[in-house]
Design a protein around this ligand. Structure first.
Ligand SMILES: NC(=O)c1ccc[n+]([C@@H]2O[C@H](COP(=O)([O-])OP(=O)(O)OC[C@H]3O[C@@H](n4cnc5c(N)ncnc54)[C@H](OP(=O)(O)O)[C@@H]3O)[C@@H](O)[C@H]2O)c1
Length: 279
């Protein structure tokens, strides 16, 4: 049984992470942030995803304080490309904590892999965990070969890999590899930023279950063991995206699996790795 405020995944470091979180990319004014966070918290979301890049950490921290106690929420933040390297990772995270108005984040991620400072950045992440400034540490947009490279020098491995995945970019081999490494996969743009929502097959399944295409996709992720962080600024959709207590059959799961077109809405991780920045 799925309950947005209670269902969690156990991470390899022993911490629990909510299965469902709320994405805040492009929620960039305080009124909208206060409104969406209040609706999200009321609807049962307990995990909130931000990044240094989104420039909304302070707004998010302030909005959370209005509705919840720190210990009742799980905050994810991400170190941006230009803040990578040992000292910048440490200093920029200190600044992020100040912005969020908290002593720790529950999960700190490297936002994108970049070739320069690759190991140094991770070693700073390990230090931040040691200091209690991040309860858990992970990565985002890492490919299999980048995780294999990291493993050659890491003292501990990431516990989460946040990657783009939706029915048009199913990423099953990557998810299988994460699992083999005891890494929980978290889906960013789980709704493909809208591009998959008019798929006729999803509409058919939605009708059958009395649900919406967005709910079918989010349920598919939960059934394949993937954490989800959909974003919406629309109160009805924020709530709708938490109502996932139903079951897709094995056939329905397979029908979504084969919608894959390897179609990205975001950057290609290998290129960001080479360029050192998003393009
Ligand atoms: N790690 C990374 O590199 C990375 C990259 C991108 C995103 N992210 C994170 O992932 C989060 C989610 O990704 P995203 O915001 O790019 O895309 P998304 O969650 O896949 O899609 C958001 C879009 O879908 C619409 N939507 C939401 N729920 C809906 C529903 N039930 N029915 C119909 N439409 C719906 C939203 O519209 P309205 O808002 O108008 O309702 C919005 O236009 C981000 O906010 C961010 O926190 C991480």
């Amino acid at each position: 049984m799925f309950q947005p405020d209670k269902s969690t995944y156990k991470l390899a470091d022993g911490h629990e992470m909510p299965q469902l979180g709320f994405g805040t990319y492009k929620i960039d004014n305080p009124d909208l942030m206060n409104q969406t966070i209040a609706t999200a918290y009321d609807s049962g979301y307990r995990m909130f995803d931000t990044a240094q890049l989104y420039r909304n950490e302070k707004m998010l921290g302030d909005a959370i304080k209005q509705v919840a106690r720190r210990e009742d929420v799980f905050i994810i933040d991400k170190v941006t490309e230009m803040n990578q390297g040992h000292d910048l990772t440490i200093n920029s995270t200190d600044f992020s904590l100040q912005q969020l108005g908290t002593d720790y984040v529950d999960l700190l991620l490297i936002h994108w892999p970049v070739a320069d400072h690759f190991f140094e950045t991770w070693s700073a992440m390990e230090e931040l965990k040691e200091q209690g400034k991040a309860k858990s540490i992970g990565v985002s947009n890492f490919t299999r070969s980048q995780l294999e490279l990291l493993k050659t020098q890491a003292d501990e491995m990431p516990v989460v890999n946040q990657i783009e995945t939706h029915p048009y970019l199913t990423q099953q081999p990557m998810i299988d590899f994460d699992k083999k490494m005891s890494i929980v996969t978290q889906a960013w743009s789980p709704l493909g930023r809208g591009i998959v929502l008019d798929n006729p097959m999803l509409a058919k399944m939605a009708k059958h279950h009395g649900k919406t295409p967005a709910q079918i996709i989010l349920r598919w992720d939960l059934q394949r063991g993937v954490s989800i962080i959909p974003k919406s600024k629309t109160p009805e959709r924020i709530k709708e995206n938490t109502e996932l207590d139903f079951e897709l059959s094995d056939d329905e799961m397979s029908m979504i699996d084969v919608m894959n077109k390897n179609q990205r809405t975001g950057n290609e991780p290998e290129l960001v790795y080479e360029l050192g920045k998003q393009y």
